[in-house]
Design a protein around this ligand. Structure first.
Ligand SMILES: Nc1nc2c(c(=O)[nH]1)N[C@@H](CN(C=O)c1ccc(C(=O)N[C@@H](CCC(=O)O)C(=O)O)cc1)CN2
Ligand SMILES: NCC(=O)N[C@@H]1O[C@H](COP(=O)([O-])[O-])[C@@H](O)[C@H]1O
Length: 228
């Protein structure tokens, strides 16, 4: 099965960004989507935490925001996701970007948005899925680390890779120093990944991402970048 969007090459896909905190990747997506020729339009920023600083950033940029607290739903993850999905439907959302969204999504939500749901992860997947990636990279002694944008599937951080960027791990690096070096590249590859998906240049397929002939996978010129 494949999922394809971006059929109309000139229409901007209505896109929501889901956050849980600072929202710097959300800001990078907003900046990239500002020009009218970018294939996605960020029309909603939603958070699962009331203190997500990115909400204020989005509001200051004139973007609609919403908040669905996951805590009142307790262990009923799907109920939380149905409430979140209702907000996405209300805003006629066509594509969802997770950007520091710190909730594992159930198969119900993932299957509903399969192929139209992407994420940014702070490691070179499949290395270091999950959390605390920079600490784990340092502990493992890798000399290259980085970030990955991928389609979201039920298995966490295991979906088809859309784009990656690598950075060197330098002697004396701390997790915070390494995280900052990786974050610069996240802000470069995530907008590129969103453009690829929204334009239909890459689509989800069972077992992998499918790139259209001529898809622009040019890497950021400031990274040791590994094209997907
Ligand atoms: N089904 C999927 N859900 C999510 C994916 C995915 O690929 N498939 N990507 C993650 C993003 N993510 C890492 O990039 C991630 C986020 C959160 C967690 C996690 O353990 N969350 C805890 C709660 C943590 C908290 O609330 O502070 C949890 O959900 O119980 C792991 C990986 C987004 N979701
Ligand atoms: N597993 C998910 C995860 O760790 N995501 C990471 O959280 C940070 C969010 O920063 P931001 O809110 O400034 O974009 C980013 O580094 C992102 O890669």
């Amino acid at each position: 099965m494949t999922a394809s969007i971006g059929k109309d090459a000139h229409r901007r896909l209505r896109t929501a960004v889901l956050i849980s905190g600072r929202g710097s990747n959300m800001e990078a997506l907003l900046a990239a989507a500002a020009p009218g020729d970018y294939p996605a339009e960020i029309v909603l920023v939603a958070a699962n935490r009331p203190d997500a600083a990115g909400l204020a950033t989005a509001q200051a940029a004139g973007i609609a925001t919403d908040f669905v607290d996951h805590k009142p739903f307790g262990r009923d993850r799907e109920a939380f996701e149905r409430a979140l999905d209702e907000r996405l439907t209300t805003h006629d959302i066509e594509l969802v970007c997770l950007a520091g969204f710190m909730r594992i999504l159930t198969p119900w939500f993932v299957k509903r948005w399969l192929g139209r749901l992407i994420n940014i992860h702070p490691s070179l997947l499949p290395l270091f899925p999950g959390t605390h990636t920079h600490e784990r990279a340092l502990a493992a002694g890798v000399r290259l680390h980085g970030c990955t944008s991928h389609f979201v599937e039920p298995e966490v951080d295991a979906g088809p890779i859309i784009a990656q960027a690598a950075v060197p791990v330098l002697p004396g690096d701390t997790p915070d120093v390494l995280a900052a070096r990786v974050l610069v590249q996240e802000h470069l590859i995530y907008p590129r990944a969103l453009a690829l998906v929204a334009s239909g240049a890459v689509r989800w397929r069972e077992g992998g991402a499918v790139f259209a002939p001529g898809a622009d996978t040019t890497p950021p010129d400031t990274a040791i970048t590994v094209p997907a």
